[in-house]
Design a protein around this ligand. Structure first.
Ligand code: ZN
Length: 573
């Protein structure tokens, strides 16, 4: 890097925004171009979840049931599919600054239509929370010899104060705990390599767990991985909405999206930890639970290591789950604050531990996969086909509408496919479970059936609709040239395309303030553009944002120029 480039990057390193919303990384609203992070921070955040115990336990569990070779093929499958799906969602999230929940509203589902997918997403987080919690509980049992049911309760109670006070505290130690985890893992593997079973006995162990390659065994593995895929995809979008892009203040590179899509989960969680999990499974004589074998192999160090990683990971899960709940209930203007949702999340997650989610992970994920794949099918078809290929939707499909004041309650383009595909997937799965419709094959294919039906129907309905149902009125253009502004209600720095001229507050307000306004009777929806612009005052230009706005305008012009062929006229957004 040249020194000039370096100086330029350093000048742009800081993020602008000092309010509570900025410090919480714009959890419930669009992330403006003034609050973006570099690739390394995004990858580090994602790695915090990728080191979860489930990625060690899952392949070993599957190998015991379906054979080692089928799991290896499954890992190759999930590496490719996960990276491709991540790529689409990371790119879109970084471009728009929208989380998976906000994205779903505009991507063919509508304001109330996307409430369902938010709930499904939450169930996904509860499942992962319970899985990781059970791994932690079995470490407590292995260390102190107390009954597992008591350990689960201890773990549950432990998380209540942690989610209330520990999140910010722990975020500072993210890097640290990651290094410690890697060191601990190396220690564990080294100990097993020197004192564990010989290569000959490992080979015998694997040899006794090789079921026929392909067929039902392989389908079972793929179906189970399908249940793990979607939450990882949406989780990527929720972190990558903070990724710098060509139009943001912090500079960023071209290949960021690919590295983020590939490295933390597709490569490390699935391939590296998957193979390590298979090794540890054999080296410990068939134990699939890291909570048990960490303690069994390296004693107190293993116990501390498991506590460290599982606590960190479940704080991330509890945080993500509480955001889903907050998003879900914000639709009915019920906003008691994140701590309340975090506690509810922990209570439900602990209850789920007693249902033994960990022991039935494959089956649980297969059924969850149906709901989640139906959702992915709708979003993917809308993004790639209806918008990408046909150019329907606001601004030729480029703008994803998410604001309450602009959205229809239901968009039939996505809601009908979501309903039909989920129902079809469930019929196929239950049919398969009960030995009809082809039995086990049908059960394993159910998530793909849901995906295919959802995508096909969304494509057909989207093309028929020609983008008419994505918003209730044409976009109201921001009347000035600035790109970020302080919201006059809460003084947070927001994108100007996050604002709407509100007749109730008689001012342009941000989308989150709009969500929490209860008794306005949505009068804006029946008023014309001209009346709205007249009644709503413009926010003043703040002194602090003059320079950033200048910088952002220059970047946007450069980015737009990149898109046009040489000599072409410069388009405006
Ligand atoms: Zn506001």
């Amino acid at each position: 890097m040249t020194s000039k480039r370096k100086a330029e990057n350093e000048a742009l390193e800081h993020r602008i925004g000092s309010g509570r919303v900025a410090r919480e990384d714009y959890a419930l609203r669009k992330v403006p171009p003034t609050w973006r992070y570099r690739r390394a921070s995004i990858i580090l955040t994602l790695l915090g979840g990728a080191t979860a115990g489930v990625f060690l336990a899952f392949p070993a569990q599957l190998a015991g049931e379906f054979g080692v070779y089928n799991v290896i093929i499954g890992i190759a499958y999930v590496l490719i599919i996960q990276t491709l799906l991540n790529f689409v969602f990371v790119k879109t999230a970084s471009r728009t600054g929208l989380s998976s929940d906000l994205m779903s509203r505009g991507l063919a589902l509508g304001f109330d239509g996307s409430a369902w997918t938010t709930l499904i997403y939450w169930v996904g987080w509860v499942t992962i929370f319970a899985t990781e919690g059970q791994i932690l509980a079995s470490a407590v049992t292995a260390q102190y010899g107390i009954p597992d049911s008591v350990s689960k309760l201890i773990v549950g109670i432990l998380f209540v104060p942690l989610v209330l006070y520990g999140l910010g505290f722990l975020a500072n130690f993210q890097k640290w705990t990651l290094y410690l985890y890697v060191l601990g893992m190396i220690g564990l593997i080294a100990k097993l390599l020197f004192t564990g079973p010989s290569i000959g006995s490992l080979a015998t162990f694997y040899g006794s767990h090789t079921l026929p390659v392909g067929g039902l065994g392989l389908l079972g593995v793929l179906a189970a991985y399908n249940g793990l895929l979607p939450n990882v995809v949406f989780g990527h979008a929720d972190v990558a909405r903070l990724l710098a892009n060509k139009e943001s203040l912090t500079a960023s590179g071209r290949r960021d999206v690919l590295w983020i899509s590939l490295l933390p989960y597709s490569f490390f969680a699935y391939v590296v930890f998957g193979l390590v999990g298979l090794y540890l499974w054999a080296a410990t004589g068939g134990s699939t639970n890291p909570g048990t074998y960490f303690v069994g192999t390296i004693g107190i160090f293993g116990f501390l290591l498991i506590i460290l990683t599982q606590v960190r990971i479940n704080l991330i899960n509890a945080y993500s789950g509480s955001l889903s709940l907050a998003n879900f209930f914000s639709r009915v203007h019920f906003t008691p604050g994140r701590p309340t949702w975090a506690v509810i999340m922990v209570v439900v997650g602990t209850a789920a531990m007693y249902l033994d989610i960990l022991g039935n992970l494959g089956t649980v994920l297969t059924f969850e996969g149906i709901f989640l794949f139906a959702w992915i099918g709708v979003i993917l078809a809308d993004l790639v086909l209806v918008r990408g290929r046909h150019g329907y939707g606001p601004e030729s499909g480029q703008f994803i509408e998410y604001r309450r004041s602009m959205l229809p309650r239901w968009n039939h383009v996505g809601v009908i496919p979501l309903t039909i595909s989920t129902a079809t997937g469930l019929i196929v799965a239950f049919g398969g479970e009960n030995g009809i419709l082809g039995g086990k094959v049908a059960l394993d294919l159910s998530s793909w059936v849901a995906l295919a039906v959802a995508a096909l129907l969304t494509w057909v309905l989207g093309v028929r609709d020609r983008g008419r149902s994505y918003a209730i009125r044409p976009l109201i253009a921001w009347p000035r040239s600035d790109i970020v502004v302080e919201c006059p209600l809460d003084n947070e720095v927001v994108s100007t395309d996050d604002l709407f001229p509100c007749p109730y507050h008689k001012s342009w307000i941000c989308s989150e303030d709009c969500m929490s306004t209860r008794d306005c009777n949505e009068q804006c929806k029946s008023m014309g553009e001209e009346a709205l612009l007249q009644i709503a005052a413009m926010p003043p230009r703040s002194e602090a944002l003059v320079a950033p706005n200048k910088e952002l305008s220059a970047k946007r012009q450069r980015a737009n120029a990149d898109l046009l062929p040489p000599g072409g006229s410069h388009g405006t957004r």
